[in-house]
Ligand binder design. Structure first.
Ligand code: P1T
Length: 379
């Protein structure tokens, strides 16, 4: 079946008890058993809940992995994946990650005995040099948050596998509609479902999708044992959001491209990071491994003062963290999402004080451009 058909139907058969076309919100903590050891497949809602199970099946299919697991947040999903590893294990991570991911690695997981090296994964020769005999995982975002660097997933997978390591890709920015890392060789896909999968800025959640049954079993054990599960109401909201993922992503892409073009031609804008622009250093690669470019972009205003003027002057775009919702959000990575990345490293990555990030929503794009136009006039 096609992507949208799967998004609307997989895991969402009419409710066997009532015929309800929508999967009910099974707001229950436990399930009554007929006799010892005899139940309907559900025992306790941390282990499994029908609403969450429906979402997990759905996301598993959309990412082409079959095994999906839903967590309380994107960070909980990432932390669950990292629980696969043991003290002494080494992880090579992309040098540009969401600030919260970097903070988890540096401020929490290092203390548990894991070690991390950061590499520019757009250059796989450099990345290969970061590998050690104890490297178990290559972890990356593509495109990266917020400078939109693209890594060749198939080549990164080959590199990881040559070293007996796994490849994990955070696919939050593209969603499975535009990019399917498992089909390109990745072992693990992660999502902050808070973003495009939910799509309506009304819930925090995360997901992990894998294709290997053994890996799925270990992650399922971690999910139940550590317990950071997505609740039934939030699972339901993501299920509802996913039904319109394809149409939303097409519009995010169309608006993203229009806003990126507008900004790239604006005299006050020094640089635009958007993989759909031919000026993007990995535009050809983006065309090869993604089927669209999405709605995320960032641009350089030249100084903190200029960034502040733009952020203060927008009226339709909302100044807020997060991304992937139907409404346009604008933010300042250096002081917001990436504040936990040391300043020198931010500079090196291009997360300057003048960098502004936009999650382009699906409003009428001429209204968004007019808003940005009047805000840029203040510089
Ligand atoms: O916020 P949470 O659902 O826990 O997801 C964390 C996360 C993971 N991966 C990526 C690529 C992300 O962008 C995020 C969260 N990011 C933001 C809140 C943000 O504004 O960038």
């Amino acid at each position: 079946m096609g992507f949208s058909t799967d998004a609307i139907h997989v895991g969402q058969e009419p409710d066997p008890a009532t015929g309800a076309i929508i999967v009910p919100i099974y707001q229950t903590s436990t399930f009554v058993q007929e006799e010892l050891g005899k139940h309907k497949g559900y025992e306790y809602a941390r282990t499994s809940n029908p609403t969450r199970a429906a979402l997990e099946r759905n996301l598993g299919r959309l990412e082409g992995g079959e095994f999906g697991l839903a967590f309380a947040s994107g960070m909980a999903a990432i932390n669950a994946v990292m629980t696969l590893f043991k003290p002494g294990d080494h992880i090579v991570a992309g040098h540009n990650l969401y600030g919260g991911t970097f903070r988890l690695f540096e401020r929490l997981l290092k203390d548990t005995g894991l070690s991390f090296s950061y590499a520019d994964t757009t250059d796989l020769a450099t990345t290969e040099r970061a590998f050690q005999p104890t490297t178990r995982l290559l972890y990356m975002e593509t495109p990266t948050n917020p400078v939109m660097e693209i890594t060749d997933i198939a080549q990164a997978a080959a590199l990881a596998h040559r070293s007996n390591a796994l490849l994990a890709v955070d696919n939050t920015f593209m969603s499975p509609y535009f990019q399917r890392p498992l089909a390109l060789g990745a072992d693990i896909v992660l999502h902050s479902t808070t973003k495009y999968l939910n799509g309506h800025s009304d819930g925090v959640g995360g997901a992990v999708i894998v294709k290997d049954a053994g890996l799925a079993e270990r992650l399922k054990f971690i999910q139940n044992a550590a317990g950071a599960v997505l609740g039934p109401m939030d699972s339901w909201l993501v299920l509802r959001g996913v039904k319109t993922l394809a149409v939303r992503m097409r519009q995010h892409n169309e608006n993203g491209l229009a806003v990126a073009k507008f900004l790239s031609e604006h005299p006050k804008v020094k640089k635009v990071h958007y993989p759909g622009l031919v000026s993007h250093p990995q535009h050809e690669l983006a065309k090869k491994q993604m089927t669209g470019f999405g709605g995320m972009l960032s641009f350089e205003t030249g100084s903190l003062e200029n960034a502040k003027k733009v952020l203060k002057s927008v009226r339709l775009c909302s100044l807020a963290e997060s991304l992937g919702g139907v409404e346009t959000l604008i933010s300042h990575p250096a002081t917001m999402t990436h504040a936990s990345v040391p300043p020198e490293q931010r500079q090196r990555l291009g997360i300057t004080d003048g960098l502004v990030r936009i999650s382009v929503g699906i409003e009428d794009v001429e209204d968004l451009i007019a808003d940005l136009e009047q805000a840029l006039e203040r510089i």
